[in-house]
Structure formats: structure tokens, C-alpha cells
Unconditional design. Structure first.
Length: 135
């Protein structure tokens, strides 16, 4: 069944940032390796390591507990925990929670145009495996 996103939950380094969250993108990719040998008539590939990047967009707030005060110290810092799910409700098979440790690849603290709400983007790279909890 299709779902309209209205209540996603994201916790970054222990801070619930859901009140500022505008969008999230968590693609799960796998590196592929060409293992085609002579005598084959078509390319063959085998899976390698998993890669899960996380891109988040927020409304910017420079105040206490806002995105800027939460994300700025994480740039260049050690890995930190992130949890994300599409609804703030109970974690179930229909509302799984993804959990992992990440590092900041990119933080853009100032994005906006005249007359628009100011936004910020946070792009995270994995610092370990991604898990999927359903309870």
C-alpha cells in the first residue's frame, strides 16, 4: 500500500531532528565486480560490499538544539549513530527502523533564496553496517 510521508523520524547522534526534517533518501547499493572470464559470451558480475548513503534536508535553525548546532560539531568528527523510519510510531514490519553509524560527508548550513525558508542539507556516509529493525 502506498504511503504519504507526513511523520518521518530521524535521530542523529542522540538528537531527534524530526521537527526540522523535510526529506530523506537512503539508497542501498552494492558494489559489483566484473568476473567475466575468457570463453564467456556475456558479462558476468558478482556482488561486493554494500553501500548505504543517507541524504537529509532540513529547515535550518541556528538556535539551541537546531540543525546547525547539532550538525556543525559532527563535520570531521568520529562516527555517530543515526536511526530513521518513515513514521514516528512503533517500529513494526510495516514501519521498520534503519540504524547505523555514519560520518558527515557534506553539510551545507546555508541554502536559500530570497523569500524562501532557509534549508540545510546533510549527506552521510556509512561507518559500519546498516541494520533494519522491525520490533
Amino acid at each position: 500500500m502506498s504511503q504519504v510521508l507526513t511523520d518521518s523520524k530521524v535521530v542523529i547522534n542522540g538528537s531527534n531532528m524530526s521537527a526540522y526534517l523535510l526529506s530523506h533518501d537512503l539508497p542501498q547499493d552494492v558494489e559489483t565486480h566484473d568476473n567475466t572470464a575468457m570463453t564467456k559470451t556475456a558479462r558476468q558480475f558478482q556482488p561486493g560490499l554494500k553501500v548505504h548513503l543517507l541524504t537529509l534536508e532540513f529547515l535550518q535553525d541556528y538556535g539551541s538544539g537546531g540543525p546547525d548546532q547539532t550538525f556543525s560539531p559532527l563535520v570531521g568528527a568520529a562516527a555517530f549513530a543515526v536511526t530513521i523510519k518513515t513514521s514516528s510510531g512503533t517500529t513494526t514490519t510495516g514501519n521498520p527502523e534503519y540504524q547505523g553509524n555514519f560520518i558527515v560527508e557534506h553539510y551545507d548550513p546555508m541554502t536559500g533564496r530570497i523569500g524562501e525558508l532557509q534549508k540545510c542539507t546533510l549527506r552521510l556516509k556509512p561507518a559500519g553496517p546498516l541494520t533494519r529493525a522491525t520490533s
